[in-house]
Design a protein around this ligand. Structure first.
Ligand code: SD4
Length: 363
């Protein structure tokens, strides 16, 4: 009995040891596989240098938040596509202002600056808001004063020769196109005033019946004017962060804030699920919080591709002419993109790649 017990015990022990090591190797195998996918950097558009900068930071052991800041900051310095950072998207007065956001998916902390003037370092200002205040967003000149008081360079003139030339050409063209509606004068520069109470009431009725905005075309956002970097980083610890930096929409009305600094719109992250980044017509997209939707859809089990497509489709159903795009990445590093109205490209850098790879998504 004793022998049998011992034998059985020995067999159990042996089986136990085999099972233990099998499980251990499976677990290790999974971990290797998982950590083989991390760190990971995903960004809107082929902003290669920005992705490389974020990659260097995160591969060197920096946190996801710091890598996002490095990446987006590189784009601000390089003025990716001419217009991230200073020197692009002049508003009606010819001034460049900056929208930026950073979000830590481990703590759900967010820091953002909106319509920030005179300070070129949007993403660093956003991080200062996140790390040194209890707030989430600071705006306009007060954001600039805060950023400068916390050590960023400024006040700086954010215009460039190109942005001023563009603006003067626009002025000569009777300030067309612009973002005004239901105003007079229609086809020349302001000052503008409402077109009339009666017209406004009639338009309100129209809107109720047929969604007036359905006819709006995102013609101010195009292939030469996709000026937003939205970036997601998963660091070696599996922590996720996102960031966005943009100077918004060309010839915007002074004071306009786009989707860039809105958490859940231009980007969103949650360590438990994954992340999302967006680009496009922010005036439309911020009405739908597409990145919040993407992350919540993935939380419910949707694959990144379907989650991204679904969020884009929800906007397109109301605004068939809108232009925009999204990337989604889950916490396992699976990524996908979806777009509407233009061809979208997003960039990825992971350990199995030798350099940044660009993925193209057709509408
Ligand atoms: C904005 N979403 O401020 C930005 C602009 C953009 O591609 O992404 N353009 O509306």
């Amino acid at each position: 009995m004793a022998t049998t017990t011992t034998t059985i015990g020995g067999k159990n022990l042996l089986v136990g040891i085999v099972v233990f090591f099998t499980l251990l190797s499976m677990t290790l195998g999974q971990e290797v596989e998982t950590s083989g996918r991390f760190p990971l950097v995903v960004s809107t558009w082929p902003f290669l240098e920005a992705v490389r900068a974020a990659w260097r930071a995160v591969d060197g052991g920096f946190s996801a938040v710091d890598a996002v800041v490095e990446g987006c900051s590189t784009c601000e310095v390089l003025r990716c596509d001419g217009t991230v950072g200073p020197g692009g998207s002049p508003d009606e007065n010819g001034e460049t202002t900056i929208d930026a956001l950073v979000m830590d998916g481990a703590t759900m902390e967010v820091g953002a600056v909106a319509a920030m003037r005179y300070v070129k370092d949007g993403i660093r200002a956003a991080r200062l808001v996140m790390q040194h205040t209890e707030h989430t967003m600071l705006v306009g000149e007060q954001a600039s004063i805060f950023a400068i008081s916390m050590g960023l360079a400024g006040p700086t003139n954010l215009s460039s020769t190109e942005s001023l030339e563009k603006w003067m050409k626009w002025k000569k063209n009777d300030c067309q196109p612009n973002f005004r509606k239901h105003v007079l004068p229609l086809d020349s520069c302001g000052p503008y005033h409402p077109k009339g109470t009666v017209d406004l009431i009639r338009n309100k009725c129209l809107m109720a019946n047929q969604v007036e905005t359905i006819t709006r075309r995102s013609d101010h956002v195009g292939i030469d004017n996709h000026d937003t970097i939205s970036m997601a980083v998963i660091d070696k610890m599996g922590h996720i962060a996102v960031g966005t930096s943009t100077n918004g929409a060309t010839f915007k009305i002074p004071g306009r804030v786009g989707d860039g600094p809105i958490a859940g719109s231009s980007s969103y992250a949650d360590n438990e699920v994954g992340a999302c980044g967006a680009t496009g017509d922010g005036d439309i997209m911020m009405r739908f919080l597409p990145c919040y939707q993407v992350v919540e859809s993935m939380r419910l089990g949707m694959e990144p591709e379907l989650a991204a497509k679904d969020a884009i489709l929800r906007i397109a159903r109301k605004y068939p002419n809108f232009v925009g795009a999204i990337f989604a990445v889950n916490k396992h590093g699976v990524h996908a993109g979806a777009c509407h109205g233009w061809t979208f490209q997003y960039s990825v850098r992971s350990p199995e790649m030798d350099d940044v790879e660009v993925f193209t998504v057709l509408p």
